[in-house]
Design a protein around this ligand. Structure first.
Ligand code: NAD
Ligand code: UD1
Length: 317
């Protein structure tokens, strides 16, 4: 696919997913600007491309810096957010200022500067724990946290900007994304990043509950590809897409796979299930498949292997 735009702004581009989008855009010859306040992101995620991007260190709510960052930009990939659900529970107003008002600021700047397309990162959290599986976009959202409400609000505002103001938008509801550069440092980090760092130090992982709960894991490079597709293809406009693998993996299976790949024989330690933990999560990806022709390219084994190599080796992967 030859991209039909030459410049892009990645909000949250110093973070896990955003920095991989930056890499691919540069590889495709796109001029890249990044705005990031480095609250959870890190310059080291961009160290290998530092000379090739325009980096704006600041907050997406800062109109001055946003106006500068958006100059000459054709497409915005909006990833900047307070991503910790726990933080949004503790700080519902502060987090809403970033996730709600911040997203609205991005849409508004896109309107003012005639940006061609805005691709917004949303979350499967909007589904809550409704029992229907797999999750389909037509289901009624049931947010259970400020984070989920904020993500849903972002989707709704994106739709209004698309339909009312003619700012082309597309929203991507990610399921559990994993890959190199995912930060394992908090107990609420993605389970794969935590298990990879346990394996690297030959430590025992903690499994909350019986380990038979399952998730739909999607490799970060597939998430990058669908972001670019959504930017490229106007059939994405005004729509929301589930982005997952449509495959389920239990937490027990995950640790067994990592052990097999690393030749480790470490028994996990089981702890009580986390309160509020969702038992099962699985995406229906028919909508993105039929609309954008997207289906994941990386098998779970391939994605895990790449993540493992990156965990054991140096950054820049
Ligand atoms: P991340 O924390 O690595 O990236 C978020 C980035 O946004 C960070 O670099 C952070 O410094 C930046 N940021 C936060 N607040 C900002 C602000 N006010 N102004 C400027 N920059 C700000 O997290 P990630 O996993 O890469 O998540 C990227 C996006 O994907 C987020 O919108 C998140 O909600 C969404 N998402 C991620 C997952 C997942 O599994 N990782 C799942 C669903 C949705
Ligand atoms: C994910 C999001 C979360 C969001 C939720 C809603 C991430 C990192 N978290 O949570 O913000 O609210 O979707 O859909 O994307 N586990 C262990 N041991 C560990 C870590 C985790 O057993 O050391 C278990 C968890 O209890 C859970 C599973 O692994 O059952 C997955 O955990 P996690 O990676 O945090 O993702 P979600 O729970 O899906």
């Amino acid at each position: 696919m030859k991209l039909n735009f030459k410049s892009a702004l990645v909000t949250g581009g110093a973070g896990f997913i955003g920095s991989h989008i930056v890499d691919e855009l540069l590889a495709q010859g796109v001029k890249v600007a990044v705005i990031d306040n480095l609250s959870t992101g890190n310059r080291k995620n961009l160290a290998h491309v530092w000379e090739r991007i325009s980096f704006f260190q600041g907050d997406i709510r800062d109109q001055n810096i946003l106006n500068k960052a958006v100059q000459g930009i054709e497409v915005i990939f909006h990833l900047a957010a307070v991503v910790s659900v726990t933080q949004t529970v503790e700080q519902p107003i502060d987090s809403a200022m970033v996730n709600d008002f911040g997203t609205l600021s991005i849409l508004e700047v896109a309107r003012q500067f005639d940006v061609k397309k805005v691709v917004i990162s949303s979350s499967c959290a909007v589904y809550g724990d409704s029992p229907q599986l797999p999750k389909v976009e037509t289901m009624m959202p049931l947010p259970l946290s400020p984070y989920a409400v904020q993500k849903l609000t972002g989707e709704l505002n994106a739709k209004v900007y698309n339909d009312l103001y003619g700012v082309k938008t597309a929203c991507l509801r990610y399921f559990n994304v994993y890959g190199p550069r995912q930060d394992p440092s908090s107990p609420y980090s993605g389970v794969i990043s935590i298990f990879m760092s346990k394996a690297a130090s030959q430590a025992k992982p903690l499994i909350y509950g019986d380990g038979n709960q399952y998730r739909d894991f999607i490799f970060v490079k597939d998430v990058v590809r669908v972001n670019l597709l959504a930017a490229y293809d106007d059939d994405a406009c005004g729509k929301v897409f589930n982005i997952g693998s449509a495959k389920q993996t239990t937490i027990n299976q995950l640790w067994e796979m990592i052990c097999a790949m690393t030749a480790l024989k470490i028994k996990p330690e089981y702890q009580p299930a986390r309160s509020g933990d969702i038992r099962e999560s699985l995406a229906d990806i028919e909508c993105v498949r039929s609309t954008l022709g997207f289906s994941p390219e990386y098998s779970f084994e391939q994605g895990l292997e790449i993540t493992l190599q990156a965990t054991n080796h140096k950054p820049g992967h």
